[in-house]
Write a protein that binds this ligand. Structure first.
Ligand SMILES: [Zn+2]
Ligand SMILES: [Zn+2]
Length: 795
């Protein structure tokens, strides 16, 4: 037998290897293997099997890594789609579907020595004092990890070894699973009664789930054997287009892009995608929980994606609490970048072994090997963190929809502020819209007041941070022992250091941005490349040397400092990525806030999402229009989403909430629609603009960014690429090739960046042609090209 192997080193092709007889029953599609490559030994994944090969002398596979095939055929199929749709090399796509902690050859379960007491025949021999103490503990707990026993008995392993010599105990290595949530006490929870809107939404989801095909009962072994029979032409190994022989005709309709659902045919599993649009506090999670329960009843599993930032212990606990006991009991595995490599290894394998039927995680959890899969939930589906910013540049929400189609799983996208893409797809009938228009507990939506900051500006004076209205509101709420959240999406103290005489601005030597002043560290920092430099005492301009250089612009540190002056008795804490150096900090600060140890919480977008604090009655947004003036067609959408999400933190308890929004452009539609909690109004207005320019969701875009240290070369390469694009794209309907132009952030981390933007009606044909072009394109060695299909970050 021959195995076709995709190697981890980037070569964009498969290689054929001979499977030695002794490994024959271990090698399968999806196996991780070590193979010789030149003089080296490299790791790879078996992506196809064949009876014979055109090559006479094949090298053998050296060894198989892991007892179980790691990449299931279904995940392999998904990886193939990612490689094709997002124009990246197959090995890059393959790498992303397996967590680092699992891919590694050394990765394995942790083994610990366990001590077990043996039955005593006759009378217990007389033991020395130390050994007697150990034995006493073992009489209580006849089996426990050695380390625990030593801690309890305050002794060394030698004592236990002596008991072993006497035949009283045995010592053996046993797998000891790492449970990242072992320290948390999780009380079981029961399904909550649903209000009519929740019940209706759940019923629609359940109906779709019942219409999905029943899972086939198969052992993991037999299910991965099926691809063997489909392999026909071994010569195809190493040629494009023959990757991943798992028979995925459906995916050849690259329609899988979310807005282009493929027509369902008898061979295509039926799938349904729902958009659950519920206002903040409307009880979306309870709908998810009951839908997951239904999947478990069907004998299937579920994947829940949440943005990294909302993946708090609080969120995880809600899911664990519901499924930790009762007839539907299952393990809930958490895939999270904050876990240790060992914890991630164990969590992933709990899913692979089928012991955990629910996987919760951020972006990459979409590749969790849940099998069979009944439901995928993408919470806060509008979140940009679902898009990976390095290759493969996939969008986890879109991958979720494709995976749902492939595996016949129902997909539920949830948000209080849906992305325009998803809402548009509802209008087109591709998704089903479900609405939760009211807060679940009859709490009112908070009152939003907009303050026109232009009226606070006094000639010759700096713009104040707090308007009189916000100052008064904070004073009142703090006085009443209620809590306040203040939001500013900009960290640091001042955004720039400027000389009023000569106009000098401190800029990063590596990036085209100004440096931010951080007062605590008394340093200037770049927020792009993390460059740090001391604060100059005088203007660095040799001709100027003005000692009165000035800071302008406000960051969270300055808000915190100003609050300390205005409200010296209030307990104020700042929460942004400068404060949160350790993973426990986030939890600790939120815990303190929950129990009322903090009066005012100041923070960046980190505090915008999903937090539920009943005693928060005032939310202040310092500068609402910060994000509005960015060179991005989604600036308005982002502002609307952010304001709505932040405002949603207010009034979650018994006292009605209040939101004060300070803005310099108070009549901007994004701000006005957010004030009225009017998503439909915002959508209609924003769509007019997108329609005119054929921007997503009306058209589709691909962003090509060239970067290099030599600006001339980058520019030249961009011009060349444009010519090639125009040749390669002939015949694509409505194609617009814009650029090349300097990227909004021209220089980042010492690299110059130029962009070309492609816009078209459909992405499928475009990304196929792009992939072909990129393979044949020759760029200078020091210029690199990044292709971003459906980009969310245009800088
Ligand atoms: Zn100067
Ligand atoms: Zn920089």
């Amino acid at each position: 037998m021959i195995a076709r192997v995709t190697l981890e080193i980037a070569l964009r092709k498969e290689f054929a290897y001979f499977i030695p007889p002794e490994l024959a029953d271990q090698v399968d599609v999806g196996s991780r293997v070590q193979v010789p490559f030149g003089a080296r030994k490299v790791l790879g994944c078996v992506t196809g099997l064949a009876e014979e090969s055109a090559h006479a002398r094949l090298k053998p596979i050296l060894k198989v890594i892991g007892a179980q095939t790691l990449v299931t055929p279904k995940i392999l199929k998904l990886a193939r789609w990612i490689g094709e749709y997002y124009c990246c090399a197959p090995e890059t796509a393959l790498k992303s579907v397996l967590p680092e902690a699992v891919r590694h050859e050394q990765a394995s379960w942790r083994e610990r020595l366990h001590v077990r007491a043996l039955p005593v025949n006759g009378e217990l021999p007389k033991l020395p004092k130390r050994q007697r103490e150990v034995w006493r503990i073992l009489e209580e707990r006849p089996e426990l990890p050695l380390s625990e026993l030593l801690a309890l008995a305050k002794t060394t392993a030698a004592t236990v070894r002596r008991l072993e010599d006497r035949g009283l105990v045995t010592l053996a290595a046993e797998i000891s699973e790492r449970d990242p949530y072992a320290r948390y006490h999780i009380l079981p929870s029961q399904p909550l009664p649903l209000n009519p809107a929740q019940a209706k939404a759940l019923a629609a989801i359940i109906t779709a789930m019942d219409g999905s095909p029943k899972p086939e009962v198969q052992s993991p072994r037999s299910e991965v054997q099926s691809p063997k029979s489909k392999v026909q032409s071994p010569e195809a190994a190493g040629t494009q287009g023959s990757m991943f022989d798992v028979g995925c005709s459906m995916l050849d309709v690259p329609a899988s892009a979310p807005s282009l659902a493929p027509p369902s045919s008898p061979s295509t599993p039926r799938s349904s995608t729902f958009l659950l649009h519920g206002v903040t506090g409307s009880g979306k999670t309870e709908v998810y929980l009951q839908a997951i329960a239904h999947a478990l009843e069907q004998g299937k599993g579920a994947i829940v994606l949440v943005p990294e930032i909302s993946l708090t212990p609080q969120t995880v606990e809600r899911f664990k609490a519901r499924f930790s006991s009762g007839p539907l009991q299952t393990l809930v595995a958490v895939l999270h970048s904050h876990l240790s490599a060992g914890e991630r290894h164990d969590e992933w394998h709990k899913i692979r072994q089928g012991r955990a039927r629910i996987a919760i995680g951020a972006r990459s959890a979409i590749f969790a090997p849940v099998e069979p899969l009944g439901l995928i939930v993408v919470d806060e589906e509008h979140e940009h963190s679902y898009k990976q910013e390095e290759a493969p540049r996939y969008h986890a929400r879109d991958v979720a929809i494709v995976r749902g189609q492939m595996e016949g799983a129902v997909v539920v996208l949830g948000s209080a502020t849906p992305s325009l893409e998803s809402y548009y797809n509802c209008g087109k009938g591709k998704y089903t819209l479900l609405q939760l228009p009211e807060r679940a507990d009859d709490k009112k939506m908070p009152v939003v007041r907009i303050v026109d900051m232009r009226q606070t500006v006094r000639p010759g004076k700096a713009v104040p941070i707090f308007s009189p209205q916000l100052k008064e509101a904070i004073a009142r709420r703090v006085e009443q022992k209620e809590q306040v959240i203040l939001f500013l999406n900009r960290r640091g103290y001042s955004t720039s250091l400027q000389c009023p005489l000569c106009g000098y601005v401190a800029e990063c030597p590596n990036c085209s941005v100004s440096l931010t002043y951080h007062r605590h560290e008394n340093k200037l920092c770049c927020h792009i490349c993390a460059h740090v430099e001391p604060v100059p005492a005088v203007c660095p301009n040799a001709k100027c040397r003005n000692p009165a250089i000035r800071y302008s612009g406000v960051g969270t540190q300055r808000v915190e400092a100003t609050l300390a002056k205005l409200f010296p008795h209030a307990r104020t804490v700042r929460m942004d990525s400068d404060v949160l150096k350790r993973k426990e900090d986030y939890r600790r600060i939120l815990g303190d806030f929950r129990v009322g140890k903090i009066d005012i919480l100041v923070g960046t977008q980190m505090i915008a999402k999903g937090l539920h604090f009943p005693n928060v009655t005032l939310v202040g947004i310092i500068y609402a229009d910060l994000a509005l003036h960015q060179p991005d067609f989604r600036a308005g959408e982002r502002t609307f989403q952010l304001l709505t999400q932040v405002a949603g933190r207010a009034g979650r308890g018994d006292i009605e909430g209040e939101v004060v929004v300070q803005a310099f452009t108070p009549f901007h539609p994004a701000i006005q629609f957010a004030r009225r909690h009017d998503f439909e109004g915002f959508y209609a207005q924003e769509m007019e603009f997108r329609e005119q320019l054929k921007y997503p969701p009306v058209g589709r875009i691909a962003l090509l960014t060239l970067k290099g240290r030599n600006e001339e070369k980058v520019k030249f390469s961009a011009d060349y690429l444009k010519q090639e694009l125009q040749k390669a794209m002939v015949g694509i309907k409505d194609l617009v090739v814009a650029g090349p132009a300097p990227a909004p952030l021209l220089r980042a981390e010492t690299y110059y960046r130029y962009q070309i933007m492609l816009r078209a009606q459909r992405m499928a044909a475009l990304s196929q042609r792009l992939a072909v072009l990129i393979r044949s394109l020759t760029l200078p060695d020091d210029v690199t090209l990044a292709v971003d299909i459906d980009p969310v970050d245009l800088t």
